[in-house]
Design a protein. Structure first.
Length: 454
């Protein structure tokens, strides 16, 4: 079997096919086959699989959009590029929203073709590495309950191994949803305290009075509603580990009590007079900038140094996108089991969208999106239509803006105006506002580019 990337070029004009073959002849890593219409292309794919299909939009019998839909259903891992004339950018946009990887405009620009094929090769490489990584028992991508093969994650694994052997306090920083609690659990699981209790509390979810009682406990009758004695988390986690999530949201008065526990290992229950002594390891996490909180007198500097003996910074998902295919597969399997549905796989077109999205909610958001896609998936493959519209639109806008870099400025401007008018359902007043230009200027540009009023 050839190691070359297989390209199927589809165009009803034979001269265009021959021109493309000539253009690609010097590129030794590609092997090109041709088809003169959509039906012939599907027959060709049955006999010989292709990695990439480049298809014209306007063809008899089966047009490019119809072929794209068929390929998406039958061969979801094939990358599809559509070819359009300069006056048909809107059709190319529709194709990309249906799952096309990118589009080319006639006449062909060899540099643009190479750029797009290079992007496809990079996406394919990441996916292949993810698949190989799972099969390579010598390189575990799962550390405790943490999934990730990015270099930054391997550095974190090494830090966990080192700090778990000690009793040092640890501060885990990172954006919400990045997986800080999993790191805290891994530290406990790798420590000599692993057979002892592990407890955690989200400090941001509790009021000052409640968090005081949760952490230190209270005596019966110490306040209204205290009908019985309560053992606090510091006592419950004695000899083990207590994870304080969102430590930056703890009120200043409670911070004083925390400092005393960290310094001396002693405290009193709310309403109590007995001094209790515990040996509880503290692991904290926050998504706040505690240095800024210290400057604003919202966090005690002495407490900061006590909890920050070792600092572990968790990278956001957008900075370790190589982990997205692995995490997506994990969530697919997890939610398939929980929802008692058959196993699914991610089509490359869906992976492409996941890789382009910025993930402000990080790993937690990815899990929610995969669960959503699984619910709405009717076939055996998760395809872009199964993903929430906001995810698809965000990825599309990013891809569309990147495409402008290979397009002339006037053409980019025309495409942008058409797109904004379309997004506003023909409302020219709103379109002008979104473009930050006067309505008269918008009318002039529409006339310049031959854009008809809706």
């Amino acid at each position: 079997m050839s190691d070359k990337i297989q390209i199927l070029f589809v165009d009803d004009e034979e001269n265009n096919c021959k021109a493309f073959v000539r253009l690609m002849r010097l590129e030794k890593e590609y092997e090109v086959a041709i088809a003169l219409n959509g039906l012939e292309a599907l027959e060709s794919l049955k006999k010989k699989p292709a990695d990439i299909v480049i298809t014209d939009m306007k063809m008899p019998e089966m047009d490019g959009l119809s072929l794209l839909k068929e390929i998406r259903e039958r061969y979801p891992d094939v990358f599809v590029i559509v070819v359009t004339g300069h006056a048909s950018v809107e059709n190319a946009v529709k194709a990309m929203k249906l799952g096309a990887y990118d589009y080319l405009t006639k006449p062909f620009d060899f540099d643009v073709i190479n750029m797009i094929l290079g992007k496809i090769s990079e996406h394919a490489r990441v996916l292949k590495e993810a698949e190989d990584f799972e099969e390579d028992a010598g390189k575990p991508y799962r550390f405790e309950n943490i999934i990730g093969q990015d270099r930054k994650m391997f550095k974190i694994y090494e830090m966990i191994r080192a700090v778990a052997k000690t009793n040092a306090s640890v501060l885990i920083t990172g954006e919400s949803g990045s997986g800080k609690e999993l790191i805290a659990e891994a530290i406990h699981s790798r420590s000599q305290r692993k057979a002892k209790p592990y407890h955690q509390v989200n400090c941001a979810a509790l009021t000052e009075s409640i968090i005081n009682s949760e952490l230190f406990g209270h005596e019966k009758g110490s306040f209204t509603g205290a009908n019985q004695q309560k053992i606090g988390l510091f006592e419950l986690a004695d000899q083990g580990t207590l994870f304080l999530d969102e430590i930056g949201d703890v009120p200043l008065q409670i911070q004083t009590s925390l400092l005393r526990v960290l310094e001396y290992g002693t405290f009193q229950r709310v309403g109590g007079s007995q001094t209790l002594k515990v040996d509880t390891r503290i692991v904290c996490a926050t998504n706040r900038d505690l240095s800024e909180a210290i400057r604003n007198k919202q966090f005690r500097e002495d407490l900061f140094y006590r909890i920050n003996v070792v600092s572990i910074e968790v990278p956001p998902l957008r900075e370790r996108k190589q982990d997205i295919p692995l995490l997506a597969k994990y969530f697919l399997e997890k939610y398939a089991r929980e929802n008692d549905v058959s196993a699914k796989r991610l089509a490359k077109s869906a992976v492409k969208i996941l890789m382009q999205y910025d993930w402000p909610g990080n790993v937690r958001e990815l899990g929610n999106i995969i669960n959503h896609a699984l619910i709405f998936c009717k076939g055996g493959n998760i395809i872009p239509e199964n993903l929430p519209p906001g995810i698809r639109e965000s990825a599309f806008q990013r891809e569309f803006s990147l495409t402008f870099t290979s397009t002339s400025l006037p053409k980019a401007e025309e495409s942008l105006i058409r797109r904004v008018i379309e997004m506003n359902n023909g409302n020219l007043k709103q379109a002008a506002s979104d473009l930050d230009i006067a309505r008269g200027t918008l009318y002039s540009k529409m006339q310049k580019y031959g854009i008809e009023k809706p």
